[in-house]
Design a protein around this ligand. Structure first.
Ligand SMILES: Nc1ncnc2c1ncn2[C@@H]1O[C@H](COP(=O)(O)OP(=O)(O)OP(=O)(O)O)[C@@H](O)[C@H]1O
Ligand SMILES: [Mg+2]
Length: 256
């Protein structure tokens, strides 16, 4: 096997990326010359103040937004619009209320032209992975918030993306469900060997899930910072080293 074949896919290269928006006749620069390499199979968290451009960066990676300058490469190929190599998960799962859990998860595969029985089989595999095997015939309205978000995750995974892009995916959940879902996400990321890019407001969530945390600068326009989280998994939130990382990240935001 050659070296190229052994490399995990889902490598993201961000080069000199800039993005501005017009605001009241002026230009608001949101992302300024960002360069970053995300390893295939890495878990990267993006944190930053509200308005620092986290969602914008994620949307550029998804191909939903065009950068003004610079480029994004996935496994060496430039991104042009949406692609099957990427799946996006938002804060709300946006399930189709007239479809069962199974049909919601299988929907994307059927759109891709996979025969119905094959789509259902693959969808079941991911419904099992997120722990909802008993709920495949349920309707979205019968699910709790955490369960609905699990369905959203299963739906994103069934198309077998190389890169999972998540924007505050657990933001609408209560604290307990959120912690359980963080554990689930770690397990799923590990089992699927997918590259994960996660936007979050929650610094503890970033440390719990990520190999590296990208801190976007605030209005003062400092440089971006990258913090390597060198902790074994499964991670323990109460561990002294974990708490040390939390203190370090809080200091990044002037929160001591
Ligand atoms: N389509 C758009 N048109 C104009 N301005 C935009 C657009 N999208 C984002 N912005 C502006 O860019 C800035 C960054 O927005 P973005 O949504 O990326 O922030 P964020 O870091 O995700 O914030 P939050 O934590 O509140 O979700 C904001 O000032 C916002 O007003
Ligand atoms: Mg946002």
């Amino acid at each position: 096997m050659t070296l190229a074949q052994t490399r995990i896919k889902g490598e993201v290269t961000i080069r000199d990326l800039s993005k501005s928006f017009p605001l009241d006749g002026e230009t608001l620069t949101v992302l300024r010359g960002i360069s970053l390499d995300i390893r295939g199979g890495e878990s990267l968290a993006i944190v930053g103040a509200s308005g620092s451009g986290k969602t914008t960066l994620l949307r550029v990676l998804a191909g939903l937004e065009q950068p003004d300058a610079g480029e994004v490469l996935i496994d060496g190929a430039p991104v042009h619009g949406l692609g099957r190599d990427r799946a996006v998960i938002f804060q709300e799962p946006r399930l189709l209320p007239w479809l069962t859990v199974l049909d919601n998860v299988a929907f994307g595969l059927e759109v891709q032209g996979l025969p119905k029985s094959e789509a259902a089989e693959r969808a079941r595999r991911y419904i099992r992975l997120v722990g909802l095997a008993e709920f495949e015939s349920a309707w979205p309205r019968q699910l709790s918030g955490g369960m609905a978000q699990r369905v959203g995750i299963a739906r994103a995974l069934t198309v077998q993306p190389e890169i999972l892009l998540l924007d505050e995916p657990l933001g609408a959940l209560d604290a307990m469900t959120r912690m359980t879902m963080q554990q689930e996400l770690t397990r799923i990321w590990h089992e699927e060997k997918v590259t994960m890019v996660l936007v979050t407001h929650d610094l503890e969530e970033a440390i719990f899930l990520a190999d590296r945390v990208l801190v976007l600068p605030g209005v003062r326009g400092e440089a971006i910072r990258l913090i390597e989280v060198d902790l074994p998994r499964p991670r323990d939130r109460n561990d002294t080293d974990f708490v040390g990382y939390r203190r370090q990240l809080m200091a990044e935001f002037g929160l001591y």
